[in-house]
Design a protein around this ligand. Structure first.
Ligand SMILES: [Zn+2]
Length: 411
């Protein structure tokens, strides 16, 4: 059965927005778009702006039951990591049950904020059952940790198993996340890159996130060294000094897709490298998490000026007040008023879908794409549709199953 929707404004993300367009959907896919299109059976959505379902490129759903971020604003990053470890250990034997419930709760929060795709950093044991929510696509990126050479094979095994995992839900695909320079050796990065190329998987690595990370790499000193020593994990040969995030970018670049998560302290030579590798690499900025740690101004303008894909993520509720991706975009609009609003939209749709390797189904509104959309009620005589959208609340719509009164409620 073909469903038709005549919308006030259509943001396809493959060209200029179309005023008064009809979207045609069959089963769960879009089959065509017509300008105007006079169909007596089309659902009247003339007061709505419609765009592809929002893509949250980076979060950790297992923290979604937190009511407030961990620690305090402006604390150092290693202090916060210690809080995260303590939080996880606090569940003891209940961790799996708590985790499954938090992931479910997190996906619900995403959908309520108009998000239809999530790049989620998963940890073992894998809570596959919690991904059972057909309206949200999950890219389950397994976090691979490890500095200990004796456990290298075990970590590689986990990565390989995840790369070929047979999901029981259609809305899940795999990815890998070599965690961060202070927690994953270069051997792990290289193994993840190999699997990424072999199985066309997206990778995500926390990189150039904090000044403490840069100090550990450059000098082998600082709060991260103290933390690792305390955990019995520090070895001089891992952090001999003289290292930079650039080295990790070089190693990640051959991946099918690789996302530098945060990139708060990317330097000019690193931005030049990302430009060189822009066909496979993206940078994920998590604006409100960035603000929580009082980091220096994010280099997103320099990245955009070089044509590098910048995408947005909420990161987890351990550092962000909620999983509202649109609030992250609003934060960027306020912090960087010189970036035109139309340049912000690809960061939460087309480019984010590409970063997660899902551009064949998500991120644009076009024939063949999944019929998941995000919609904004903008009224019929809207002089500035983008400003109206920025001030509005996004809804996640499944155009493949039709719209309910609740979907269309404007109060
Ligand atoms: Zn993260």
């Amino acid at each position: 059965m073909i469903r038709r929707y005549r919308v006030g404004w259509l943001f396809t993300m493959c060209g200029a927005p179309i005023q008064d367009a009809t979207v045609m959907v069959e089963d769960d896919r879009i089959v065509g778009i017509e300008e105007t299109g006079i169909w007596h059976d089309a659902v009247d959505l003339s007061q709505w702006a419609v765009m592809p379902a929002l893509v949250n490129a980076h979060t950790h759903l297992e923290f979604s039951n937190l009511k407030h971020p961990l620690g305090t604003q402006g604390m150092t990053f290693p202090q916060w990591i210690t809080e995260v470890i303590r939080y996880r250990q606090g569940f003891g034997e209940d961790l799996a049950v708590e985790k499954a419930q938090a992931i479910r709760h997190g996906l619900k929060q995403c959908a309520e904020h108009g998000v239809g795709v999530v790049g989620e950093i998963a940890t073992l044991p894998l809570m596959e059952v919690a991904y059972d929510r057909p309206d949200v696509q999950v890219v389950s990126m397994l976090e691979i940790l490890g500095l200990d050479p004796e456990r290298k094979e075990e970590r590689f095994g986990q990565a390989r198993e995840h790369a070929v995992y047979l999901w029981s839900h259609e809305n899940v695909t795999a990815g890998l996340s070599p965690h961060a320079p202070y927690s994953a050796g270069m051997g792990i990065v290289d193994e993840c890159v190999k699997l990424s190329r072999q199985y066309q998987l997206p990778l995500a690595m926390h990189l150039a996130e904090s000044l403490e990370e840069l100090e550990l790499l450059e000098k082998g000193t600082g709060p991260f060294r103290m933390m690792l020593e305390h955990m019995g994990l520090f070895r001089e040969e891992d952090f001999p000094g003289g290292k930079k995030p650039a080295e990790y970018i070089e190693h990640l670049a051959p991946a099918y897709r690789a996302m530098v998560v945060h990139g708060n302290y990317l330097s000019e030579p690193e931005i030049a490298l990302l430009k060189k590798y822009q066909e496979t690499m993206s940078v994920c900025y998590c604006p409100r998490t960035h603000a929580y740690f009082h980091h220096d101004r994010h280099p997103m303008e320099a990245l955009l000026a070089d044509g590098i894909r910048v995408v947005l993520g909420t990161d987890s509720r351990a550092s962000s007040p909620d999983l509202d991706l649109w609030a992250e975009l609003q934060h960027v609009a306020q912090t960087f008023p010189n970036i035109p609003a139309e340049q912000l939209l690809p960061m939460v749709t087309r480019d984010a879908a590409f970063a997660l390797g899902l551009e064949g189904s998500f991120g644009t509104i076009d024939a063949g794409q999944k019929a998941m959309a995000t919609a904004f009620h903008v009224g019929s005589d809207c002089p500035d549709v983008l400003s109206a959208m920025l001030a509005e609340r996004p809804r996640l719509w499944n155009l493949g199953v039709g719209l309910t009164q609740l979907d269309l409620a404007t109060a």
